[in-house]
Design a protein around this ligand. Structure first.
Ligand SMILES: Nc1ncnc2c1ncn2[C@@H]1O[C@H](COP(=O)(O)OP(=O)(O)OP(=O)(O)O)[C@@H](O)[C@H]1O
Ligand SMILES: [Mg+2]
Length: 236
């Protein structure tokens, strides 16, 4: 089966600083691929590179067998890859409805804006209740739901999420992970970047990034049982 996303030998530099070195992995349809890494490991650089926001110095990225290199972020979104950025980045002075609306892409045969928004309200009833509220007045968990809802507006085949649990209380993190699991069960593949190793509960496969390189890769159980993950992420 062709991979939804294939990353081969990817390297990213900022001036003299090498943020990613020779990173390779692939994500199959319906998977939840978890990318664990400590602060500064290169997780955000990797997602921004896939999303077309950063250019790699080497390597290849393809979606459904077609190269994504050099495409604008909007073209990558049109290819079915959505990016929920680090720190949620909702527009605080826009309402929930307006935040969802700005993410909508007009596509031939695609849903209308009202239909796309109603679909998100169906998945996140709290957002429906708060549709006219300014996003800046939502709780952290609600803002994360809004950021995820924006990512889902164009029915992606792959949803990339950059540390959705960041800054959330453990009980809210569990809710967010449970929403992500439902999204995956609905057939949308996830590329989930986290420092929180409980994200492995959702994973099919994954890898650990350390200093920009792949330190470890494998199935969920391989990762969870590894001495490296147990020591560095599970405190065991
Ligand atoms: N725009 C930039 N210009 C220069 N250096 C950068 C830039 N963005 C990231 N870096 C550096 O690249 C390295 C990787 O950063 P990146 O943000 O990708 O890591 P991360 O794993 O997402 O970290 P965090 O967990 O803190 O979000 C770090 O050393 C960082 O300081
Ligand atoms: Mg980051």
């Amino acid at each position: 089966m062709t991979a939804l996303l294939e990353v081969r030998g990817l390297s990213v530099s900022y001036g003299g600083l090498r943020a990613l070195k020779d990173v390779s992995f692939s994500v199959a349809p319906g998977e939840c691929f978890v990318l664990l890494g400590a602060n500064g490991a290169g997780k955000t650089s990797l997602l921004r590179c896939i999303g077309g926001l950063v250019r790699p110095v080497a390597g290849a990225i393809s979606g459904n067998g077609l190269s994504l290199l050099g495409l604008r972020p909007s073209a990558i979104a049109h290819r079915g890859i959505a990016h929920v950025p680090e720190g949620r980045r909702v527009f605080p002075h826009l309402s929930v409805f307006e935040n969802l609306s700005v993410s909508w892409l007009r596509r031939p045969g695609g849903p209308t804006l009202p239909d796309a928004v109603e679909r998100i309200y169906g998945m996140f009833p709290r957002l429906a209740e708060r549709r006219h509220q300014l996003a800046g007045t939502l709780s952290g968990g609600e803002q994360q739901a809004l950021a995820i809802g924006r990512g889902l507006m164009n029915s992606p085949s792959l949803l990339m999420l950059d540390e959705p649990s960041l800054g959330l209380a453990p009980v809210i993190t569990r809710q967010v992970f449970s929403q992500l699991n439902s999204i995956r069960e609905s057939g949308i593949a996830l590329l989930l970047v986290e420092q929180n190793a409980s994200s492995l509960d959702l994973a099919t496969r994954g890898l650990v990034l350390a200093n920009g390189s792949v330190a470890l890769a494998g199935s969920r159980d391989n990762l969870r049982d590894s001495a490296f993950v147990r020591r560095a992420y599970l405190g065991l």
